[in-house]
Design a protein around this ligand. Structure first.
Ligand code: AMP
Length: 114
C-alpha cells in the first residue's frame, strides 16, 4: 500500500498534535474537530480499511480501543461520555484510507447519528 497522509503523520513527516505514540499506535488531534475533543487513533501499520483487518491484527485492533479509552480519560471525557467511530469506505464517510478510530466527546452526541 502506498504511503498515506496518516502514515506520514505517524512518521513525523507531516505535523500534528500528537497525544500518544508507541511502537504500534499513534493518536493525534483531528485537524477539523467535530466536537471539543476529537482525536484520531491509528495503527502505524498501514491498513486501508476495517475490511482489510486480518486475524493477526486482533491484538492491534484491541489496543486501538484501549488507547482510545486512555485518551478519553486524559481528556476528561470518560465520565461525561464519548463516542468511538471507524468509518469504513466512502459510503460511510471514510476519506483517509489508513485505518483510524475517531474519539469524539466534550459535547452531547446524538444517537442515531444520521
Ligand atoms: P474519515 O472521514 O473517517 O476518513 O476521517 C478522516 C479524518 O481525518 C477527518 O476527520 C479529517 O478532519 C482528519 N484529517 C485530515 N487531514 C488531517 C491532518 N492533516 N491532521 C489531522 N487530521 C486530519
Amino acid at each position: 500500500m502506498s504511503e498515506t497522509l496518516f502514515s506520514k503523520i505517524a512518521a513525523g513527516e507531516i505535523p500534528a498534535e500528537i497525544l500518544y505514540e508507541d511502537e504500534e499506535i499513534v493518536a493525534f488531534r483531528d485537524v477539523s474537530p467535530q466536537a471539543p475533543v476529537h482525536v484520531l487513533v491509528i495503527p502505524r501499520k498501514p491498513i486501508p480499511t476495517l475490511n482489510a483487518v486480518q486475524p493477526e491484527d486482533a491484538h492491534l485492533i484491541g489496543r486501538l480501543l484501549l488507547v482510545a479509552a486512555q485518551i478519553a480519560a486524559r481528556e476528561g471525557i470518560a465520565e461525561s461520555g464519548y463516542r468511538t467511530v471507524i468509518n469504513c469506505n466512502a459510503g460511510a464517510g471514510q476519506t483517509v484510507f489508513h485505518l483510524h478510530l475517531h474519539v469524539l466527546g466534550g459535547r452531547p452526541l446524538n444517537w442515531p447519528p444520521g
